[in-house]
Design a protein around this ligand. Structure first.
Ligand code: NAG
Ligand code: NAG
Ligand code: NAG
Ligand code: NAG
Ligand code: NAG
Length: 253
């Protein structure tokens, strides 16, 4: 019982989304069907809850035409996630702030950089005030070419989230490189591995962990076999179910 409580405590800390999300990117974007593809991919890549958890961010959305350019490259879902996470700037830039950038240029860290998947300067976006009131966006690893320009503001909740439209997807060879999908573990395989083990106390531990884990998937009780593709994440990085199990085993030993 004590173990189960400990497991539940660790899991709820690590896995439960913050109950008081101040904004909902899905709801903001669903007002305009031009952004339905971008919105859909924020959901399937599980970036939406990560965006909702953060404050002081800017989401650079693109319309369906720009998304179909990206999708025509047939990238893996993991690579699409990296590309889209490059479109989430970890600072608040609304239309006014974009047009008042000090010295005409600013370097913004992105969620791609924050996830640790990016190396070197990949994961930073250079914002430049151009002549005629235009604002250009370019990944820093793109050789200084302006890749996209500011189109319009979609929504702004100062200073929590600004959602803007930019003209096209920001190209980044590093973000587009093959990447694993959202962190996952096959709980069914884990349980059968565990079933085969001789160690009764470890067996019990793992089945308790799997039970607790299954209770924590979006608050619904599900069969552990349904967790095969369930991702788990904490505040800043994806954490697999296996990481949770490993962490629990370390705590017990
Ligand atoms: C911004 O986020 C904070 C923390 O989640 C929240 O308390 C505040 O109400 C939000 N501001 C607006 C204008 O929604
Ligand atoms: C965000 O909005 C979408 C669409 O309206 C809804 O399905 C989803 O449950 C909301 N998410 C949260 C965390 O409230
Ligand atoms: C940002 O881009 C502008 C225009 O290409 C360039 O002049 C500037 O040096 C770049 N800034 C950084 C920090 O990379
Ligand atoms: C999960 O593991 C079980 C048992 O090893 C296997 O039969 C099943 O195909 C696996 N599922 C996936 C999606 O890998
Ligand atoms: C593990 O063992 C339990 C009880 O012995 C059994 O009910 C369950 O089906 C087994 N699960 C797998 C995936 O082998």
């Amino acid at each position: 019982m004590q173990l189960l409580l400990a497991v539940a405590a660790v899991l709820s800390l690590a896995l439960l989304p913050s109950p008081t999300a101040a904004h909902n990117i899905t709801r903001i974007l669903e007002k305009d069907p031009d952004f339905s593809t971008f919105n859909h991919y924020l959901t399937v890549t599980q970036l939406a809850p990560e965006i909702n958890r953060r404050e002081t961010i800017t989401v650079c959305a693109v319309d369906n035409a720009a998304m179909s350019d990206l999708l025509s490259k047939h990238l893996s879902l993991g690579a699409i996630k990296n590309v889209l996470s490059l479109h989430v700037l970890l600072d608040y830039f609304d239309a006014k702030k974009l047009h008042q950038i000090t010295d005409g240029t600013a370097l913004a860290a992105t969620m791609f950089q924050a996830t640790g998947s990016a190396t070197g300067s990949a994961g930073f976006v250079n914002i430049t005030d151009l002549k005629g009131g235009k604002v250009g966006f370019s990944p820093q690893d793109n050789g200084g070419d302006i890749s996209a320009t500011f189109v319009k503001s979609i929504d702004a909740i100062p200073y929590n989230i600004s959602v803007i439209q930019i003209s096209s997807i920001l190209p980044s060879p590093e973000a587009e490189a093959p990447a694993p999908g959202p962190s996952q573990i096959n709980i069914t395989a884990l349980i059968s591995e565990n079933n085969a083990s001789e160690d009764d106390s470890k067996k019990k531990q793992i089945s308790n962990i799997c039970h607790a884990a299954s209770m924590n998937v979006e608050g619904k009780e599900v069969d552990p076999s349904h967790l095969v593709n369930a991702p788990a994440h904490n505040e800043d990085h994806m954490m697999s179910w296996k990481d949770v199990v490993v962490r629990m085993m370390e705590k017990q030993n």
